[in-house]
Design a protein around this ligand. Structure first.
Ligand SMILES: Cc1cc2nc3c(=O)[nH]c(=O)nc-3n(C[C@H](O)[C@H](O)[C@H](O)COP(=O)(O)OP(=O)(O)OC[C@H]3O[C@@H](n4cnc5c(N)ncnc54)[C@H](O)[C@@H]3O)c2cc1C
Ligand code: FES
Length: 349
């Protein structure tokens, strides 16, 4: 499990009107895989916020790990980072996390489908694949509103010039008249002309990082073409808030104990309609979390005693469930509960 570490911002580069890349220097030995993300914790007006950001850099090629952050309208952290974080700033980080990573060996052509900030992890993966001498064809299909919104636009061109096995195609949904490239959304006809007509679909490995609606459409299209699910690897930037307890259960009060090496360090009241993560956050206990939806595993904790209920479909493996791990963002107590906080990994203030 990852520890919270300090990254110093080495430099900052404006990518588009709304996006900035931050090159980061970890203050200790730190490793990540291309395509993974980190969780940043920032304090704004005395309140802590956790947000996930994918790495855009290649671990094999780039001196500094880097993230690209796009301003979101009325967004707390994305605007704070773009406006106030500069070279020399310190950032607190957990990670790296995520399974949006390259295969162990390159046995299939790699197809990347990205849109907007979804190009961030894809940039990392494509650079890394080429740095690792992938000889398979690599194709990027990217969707953006306008030309000026395309992340790393010049770099894609430079990479294609250097690497004969890499090609790309941008499609724009709101292009200016001067745009000579493809216009319109990623839809069935574009998928057919760019993928089905050119490749043997069932033999490809797909990496998709686009807004959720488009991701569902592309996935369904691929499945309808008999592409095996394991060949479709997706990353989602959205998080659903507020998991729901079983509605028919009456509210009960319990105690949540936080232990370290089995010794109780703190205890709090918790009721059966509140997740364990919510109580920890309310009590200002630092714990990594990202999706808040039981998918990413970053909020995993060991439950040493007591019972919790979680949605059955979640990011824990059978083995982890058997060992007593829970995902605190979707775990509601069903009795008094003790969770173990590993040494060094969490701050108990
Ligand atoms: C795995 C992963 C990787 C990611 N990688 C990247 C990346 O590489 N680059 C990137 O830019 N982003 C990335 N993100 C998204 C990022 O984590 C943030 O979600 C994003 O920056 C917005 O955060 P924010 O604090 O600015 O916005 P928030 O303050 O969280 O607000 C987001 C939006 O929700 C609205 N909102 C907030 N609170 C409420 C409320 N109570 N009711 C109704 N609406 C509300 C806001 O008005 C705003 O429009 C990633 C996310 C994940 C999960
Ligand atoms: S925060 Fe992602 S699984 Fe809990």
């Amino acid at each position: 499990m990852a520890k919270k570490i300090i990254f110093i911002v080495e430099k900052k580069k404006k990518e588009t009107l709304k996006s900035t890349t931050f090159f980061l220097r970890p203050n200790q030995n730190w490793h990540y895989r291309a395509g993974q993300y980190i969780i940043l914790q920032v304090v704004i007006n005395g309140k802590k916020y956790n947000r996930s950001y994918s790495l855009c850099s290649s671990p094999s090629l780039d001196e500094f790990p880097a993230i690209t952050v796009k301003r979101v309208k009325d967004g707390m952290v994305s605007n704070y980072l773009n406006s106030y974080i500069d070279a020399g700033s310190k950032l607190e980080v957990w990670g790296a996390y995520g399974q949006f990573v390259l295969p162990e060996s390159f046995l299939s052509p790699l197809i990347f489908i990205g849109g907007g900030s979804g190009l961030v992890p894809i940039h990392s993966l494509i650079k890394e694949a080429l740095a690792l001498s992938c000889r398979q064809p690599i194709f990027l299909l990217s969707s953006n509103r306008k030309e000026r919104n395309i992340l790393y636009k010049k770099e894609w061109e430079q990479i294609a010039k250097k690497s004969s096995n890499f090609s790309f195609m941008h499609t724009l949904t709101k292009p200016y008249q001067t745009w000579e490239g493809n216009k319109g959304r990623i839809d069935n006809s574009l998928l057919i002309s760019q993928l089905e007509d050119k490749f043997d679909l069932q033999k490809l490995l797909f990496y998709i990082c686009v807004p959720d609606g488009l991701s569902i459409m592309v996935r369904q299209w691929l499945l309808s073409k008999n592409v095996a699910p394991y060949r479709i690897i997706e990353e989602s930037f959205s998080s659903t808030v507020s998991p729901k307890p079983h509605i028919d259960e009456e509210e009960k009060d319990f105690t949540l104990k936080l232990t370290r090496q089995k010794k109780t360090k703190l205890s709090f009241p918790i009721n059966s309609k509140t997740t364990i993560l919510q109580v920890l956050l309310d009590k200002d206990i630092d714990i990594p979390y990202s999706c808040m939806d039981g998918v990413c595993n970053s909020c995993k904790l060991f439950c040493s005693s007591g019972k919790t209920s979680m949605e059955e479909e979640n990011g824990l493996s059978k083995e982890e469930k058997k060992q007593g791990y829970i995902l605190s963002c979707i775990a509601f107590p069903k009795s008094d509960v003790s969770v173990e906080l590993p040494d060094e990994d969490y701050t108990l203030e």
